[in-house]
Design a protein around this ligand. Structure first.
Ligand SMILES: [Fe+2]
Length: 193
């Protein structure tokens, strides 16, 4: 089944009426990623670290992420349930939990689990989840992340990647993570000229 963004949005909206919207969304995202090549050709090209809003409403947000080689998005929460799937490369997720006594000095969190998802695979997180995402490959990776609410309007936290201390996450900080990756890519490109 070839990827159809309009259909994905319609089906996600329908899934919200389901008795377990997150489970229904997980199922339909997995189905939507069955033909990864068609997902790739339907969305913006994956040659820069970037993300785009594919859909946004009060109850639902669909984001498209493109991860640079070896890129890490440091620990953050969503305060919304989330279902994430990959259509190119891999995403390695580390799950974190708030901790009074972290093994990392004054850190607010500690790692409690991990998952790695490849092409066509989908992962679910509850609204309390804190995760970091790494592209473990030397190529670009890309996926679709769906949230059970308005991502932009929901207060979220990020954790400093070195101190692991909580700060408020805003759009500017989020964008800076992608900008740094693209600066590195530009630098590497320049050096190879
Ligand atoms: Fe996330």
């Amino acid at each position: 089944m070839s990827f159809d963004l309009k259909k994905l949005i319609e089906r996600c909206e329908e899934a919200l009426e389901h008795e377990n919207p997150q489970q229904a969304t997980k199922r339909l995202l997995r189905e939507s990623l069955q033909d990864p090549g068609s997902v790739k050709s339907a969305l913006m090209p994956g040659n820069r670290a970037d993300f785009e809003f594919l859909y946004e409403s009060d109850n639902l947000t669909i984001l498209h992420f493109i991860w640079a080689p070896k890129m890490t998005m440091p620990a953050h929460n969503h305060n919304l349930w989330a279902v994430v799937g990959v259509y190119e490369g891999r995403e390695d997720h580390i799950f974190w939990q708030k901790a009074d006594n972290s093994e990392y000095g004054d850190a607010d969190i500690r790692p409690v689990g991990a998952a790695s998802i490849g092409v066509g695979e989908v992962l679910s997180m509850d609204s309390h989840a804190i995760h970091s995402v790494t592209n473990p490959t030397c190529l670009f990776a890309a996926g679709i992340h769906i949230y059970g609410g308005n991502f932009r309007e929901t207060d979220r936290s990020g954790w400093d990647p070195i101190l692991l201390q909580e700060t408020r996450l805003d759009a500017e900080k989020n964008q800076a993570i992608f900008d740094v990756e693209n600066d590195v890519l530009d630098l590497l490109k320049h050096r190879h000229k």
